[in-house]
Design a protein. Structure first.
Length: 397
């Protein structure tokens, strides 16, 4: 059974108001029975000229690895893109084909031409939509696993943001991977974050197989799809700086309608906790006592869990001095991780300075933030990607 738990850095606030840091921890629970019945997966593969050699060979091996992880009810398809996209294998139920037949399609993949990643993604989405998925009744796990080593020849990251949003709205999550040093990192990151998936850097062709394998195995452990946190703020309460902290640090662009908003979450997977961190401004209030600032509702696959972000208004100075340091550190660390993932070392250093000033240089989380910032400053894409996945083990069982 899914569950959520909230916490704040300042459980007591003054009558003239203040700004709190809050966390919402999401525990997905265990799969019921046999879990989600189907996985709908499309491999979206860059087959442009730069993929020739070891990369395309490992992409074939990665596809073979995926085939070995499929169950009879699963669907799998393959889209290749170079100067244009082509559906190499339409999404087919695994029981209706054979590994030999699927591998014959993969073995025919060659590398040449330019890079139309946009058409590749759009074709992958269309291929999945052909299965007739109905988000209001179906609970299949839908994935596009994108692999590219280059930059789209005619589209910018902003174009991909709109496409990824449309794909996400149709219930499909994108797991995007860039390999090597020449891909457009902003595009790969935009796809993973906008479509509630993940983005990753692959250092060498040998990493392709593990990327595909981990993605398919994670899809098999999904407890609930189409997850989101509903935020219902009390009058006068303002919410800002919303981040998904776990499993990967990502900033969330939240659209408010009056006092209500929805924070989209990745699909909930067994044994994979999620966390959202945010800032909440508690307004001035004449009456003292406990006040609900934000009602929080988790929904996923028709399941629901509720909690609230609350604080007590008081004039007791001893209570006002109480501070839950771990919540503040969660927020600062998540901001650092997000900025490092973007390569914004200067902003990350500014946040680390704030952490040091407030929490002390010897705090374990501060030391880790300093270490990661140094690694990213001295390193490259692999270090930026690694920095987004720091886990504070003291907060996760």
């Amino acid at each position: 059974m899914v569950a959520i738990e909230t916490d704040v850095n300042r459980p007591y606030v003054p009558a003239d108001g203040t700004t709190l840091t809050a966390t919402v921890d999401v525990e997905p629970g265990a799969q019921a029975g046999s879990g989600v019945s189907e996985r709908h997966i499309v491999l979206c593969l860059d087959t442009s000229g730069s993929m020739d050699g070891a990369k395309i060979d490992q992409a074939r091996e990665g596809a073979s690895w995926v085939f070995g992880l499929l169950e009879p009810d699963d669907y799998v398809g393959i889209v290749a893109f170079d100067s244009e996209a082509s559906v190499v294998m339409r999404p087919t139920q695994w029981r209706e084909t054979s590994r030999e037949a699927a591998m014959s399609r993969v073995d025919d993949l060659g590398a040449g031409g330019g890079t139309d990643m946009y058409d590749g993604l759009d074709s992958a989405r269309t291929a999945l939509d052909s299965l007739g998925y109905r988000p209001e009744t179906d609970d299949a796990v839908r994935r596009i696993l994108l692999l590219s080593d280059g930059k789209d020849n005619s589209h910018e990251p902003g174009d991909f943001r709109e496409l990824a949003k449309d794909i996400d709205d149709s219930g499909i999550r994108i797991l995007s991977a860039g390999i090597g040093s020449d891909y457009d990192e902003e595009t790969i990151r935009t796809l993973g974050t906008t479509a509630r998936g993940e983005w990753t850097h692959l250092e060498s062709p040998g990493d392709i197989e593990s990327f595909f394998g981990a993605a398919v195995e994670q899809a098999q452990s999904v407890v609930a799809t189409d997850a989101s946190l509903g935020l219902d703020a009390a009058p006068g309460v303002e919410v800002s700086e919303v981040y998904r902290a776990l499993p990967q640090a990502q900033e969330v662009d939240v659209n408010w309608r009056g006092n209500a908003a929805r924070v989209p979450l990745p699909d909930l997977a067994e044994r994979e906790s999620q966390r959202v961190v945010l800032k909440v401004h508690a307004p001035a209030r004449e009456e003292l006592g406990e006040e609900t600032l934000v009602d929080v509702t988790l929904t996923a696959s028709g399941r629901e869990a509720t909690d609230r972000i609350a604080a007590e208004y008081t004039d007791d100075n001893a209570k006002l001095a109480e501070h839950n340091e771990s919540v503040s550190l969660d927020h600062r660390q998540t901001v650092v991780r997000t900025e490092l993932g973007k390569g914004n070392v200067a902003e990350a250093e500014t946040q680390v300075e704030k952490m040091t000033r407030i929490h002390g240089a010897d705090t374990a989380v501060v030391e880790e933030a300093k270490r990661q910032t140094r690694l990213v400053s001295e390193g490259g894409r692999e270090e930026r990607n690694d920095a987004t996945r720091i886990v504070d083990d003291s907060r996760i069982e």
